[in-house]
Write a protein that binds this ligand. Structure first.
Ligand SMILES: CC(C)(COP(=O)(O)OP(=O)(O)OC[C@H]1O[C@@H](n2cnc3c(N)ncnc32)[C@H](O)[C@@H]1OP(=O)(O)O)[C@@H](O)C(=O)NCCC(=O)NCCS
Length: 166
């Protein structure tokens, strides 16, 4: 596993770096909900990216925990854990990594670090949803021996974090 990959709870300084990483190295649709208007990183979309994280992770009562992913000392993406309201002890996980850093082992390292963070926060299960064509997520789940189950148009995998299981 790559040892130069680390997770850092998002703050305003890291959020500014995260926006730069997203603008340089990702498509808006990979890293934030859709925003009306012309394609690309328009000023409106950059503001929406900041508002999205400010409202969800940096608010007085955050709805999720977001981590900036650093690789070799640079912010290269984000990972998040969002409690699932209807399933006590379960968090939904999400990750994006800048295109130029994909396929180099960052995602595998992030998965292990994110599961550690989830366990430390008291979650007993972490679920990931993706599309059938996301081969990287499928490989990541296969790598830790977790099955992806079809759920409508999506594939969902839940990692059991209870002691003795993982
Ligand atoms: C999914 C994502 C986080 C994976 O991160 P990554 O750094 O590319 O992953 P890694 O380099 O650690 O590779 C993990 C596994 O996927 C495989 N993989 C990576 N990219 C792949 C690709 N394009 N096609 C097929 N397999 C791929 C690797 O070979 C590796 O498999 P292995 O463990 O059997 O060797 C990253 O590709 C990404 O940010 N994608 C866009 C956003 C997204 O889809 N997020 C997931 C939503 S939950």
């Amino acid at each position: 596993m790559r040892s130069d990959v680390t997770l850092h709870p998002l703050d305003r300084t890291l959020l500014a770096e995260l926006l730069l990483a997203a603008v340089e190295d990702a498509d808006p649709l990979e890293v934030m909900p859709p925003v009306e208007g012309p394609q690309g990183w328009t000023p409106e979309r950059r503001s929406a990216f900041l508002r999205f994280h400010e409202s969800r992770s940096l608010a007085a009562n955050p709805v999720e925990t977001t981590f900036a992913i650093a690789a070799a000392g640079r912010v290269v993406g984000a990972a998040r854990l969002c409690p699932v309201e209807t399933r006590a002890g379960t968090a939904e996980a999400g990750v994006w990594i800048g295109r130029s850093h994909r396929g180099a082992g960052v995602g595998g390292a992030v998965l292990e670090l994110l599961l550690d963070r989830a366990r430390a926060a008291g979650f007993t299960s972490v679920c990931v949803s993706t599309t059938p064509h996301n081969l990287a997520v499928r490989a990541l789940m296969a790598g830790i021996g977790v099955e992806l189950v079809r759920d409508g148009e999506e594939l969902t995998a839940c990692v059991d974090l209870r002691p003795g299981v993982r």
